[in-house]
Ligand binder design. Structure first.
Ligand SMILES: [Zn+2]
Ligand SMILES: [Zn+2]
Length: 244
């Protein structure tokens, strides 16, 4: 086994007795419970499984290289999206974001994707489907969430912050277009050394959703430069209906 595998294995043993009395406002505690090899079509990773004291959700980290004790570790926080990640839905850009993150991290010396089980920006799959139904009737993604009684974004990053600390990551280069994510992590004690833009060209189905993220939720997305990137870069979302 490699040194990085040994370092992760040590954390599994170390975490058996970990108890920090709760972390962040929500008093979360997580423990690393297992680590295994994960060869993927994007590169070779380790998958690290976490237990937490809040909810019966199995959050994981997908790790490349030796991140334990690392500085400026390339980091992506990905919130689970069943429709996008697994089913290839074009209503959002989640799958493209995830695949691009895995590819980019596989090319760096050390990096991690936290795969967080907070479907639908934290509102859950059933409510996401209800929100989609409202969007089919003309509401935008923010209006739909508000109509269902949720905030625009219900995600809470205290579990993610603890996961990074459990991995003994000292500072991160966060791959995000969302300045709010940087703020939230910093408030939770994570050293965000830099923000790396994570931009992908939109497809005809998700352009409106991305524009809403930019205009309503403060995401930093520059459509003009994406359009240029789109023309220069062959990585374009496949559209089965040929709307490209
Ligand atoms: Zn803890
Ligand atoms: Zn999605």
């Amino acid at each position: 086994m490699t040194a990085e595998h040994d370092h992760l294995e040590e954390l599994v043993v170390h975490d058996q007795t970990h108890e920090c009395g709760g972390f962040g406002e929500s008093k979360v505690c997580v423990r690393i419970v297992g680590v295994a090899d994960l060869p993927t079509r994007f590169g070779h990773f380790k998958i690290v499984g976490f237990w937490n004291n809040r909810e019966a959700k199995d959050h994981v980290a997908i790790v490349h290289g030796d991140v334990v004790g690392g500085e400026r570790v390339a980091t992506r926080l990905h919130s689970e999206c069943l429709t996008g990640d697994a089913l290839g839905s074009l209503r959002c850009d989640c799958r493209d974001q995830l695949e691009a993150a895995l590819k980019r991290i596989a090319e760096t010396e050390r990096g991690v994707v936290l795969y967080l089980r907070q479907e639908g920006r934290g509102i859950g799959l059933m409510n996401k489907i209800r929100a989609y139904a409202l969007q089919d009737r003309g509401l935008d993604t923010v209006e739909a969430n508000l109509a269902l009684g949720f905030r625009d974004d219900e995600r809470d990053y205290s579990i993610a912050a603890h996961m990074l600390m459990s991995l003994k990551i000292r500072s991160i280069a966060l791959m995000t277009n969302n300045p709010n994510k940087v703020d939230q992590l910093q408030k939770l004690g994570i050293n965000v050394a830099e923000r790396v833009p994570h931009l992908l060209p939109p497809n005809p189905h998700n352009r409106f959703y991305l524009e809403t993220k930019k205009n309503r939720s403060g995401h930093q997305i520059d459509f003009e430069s994406l359009r240029v990137a789109e023309q220069a870069d062959p990585v374009v979302v496949e559209d089965p209906e040929g709307h490209q």
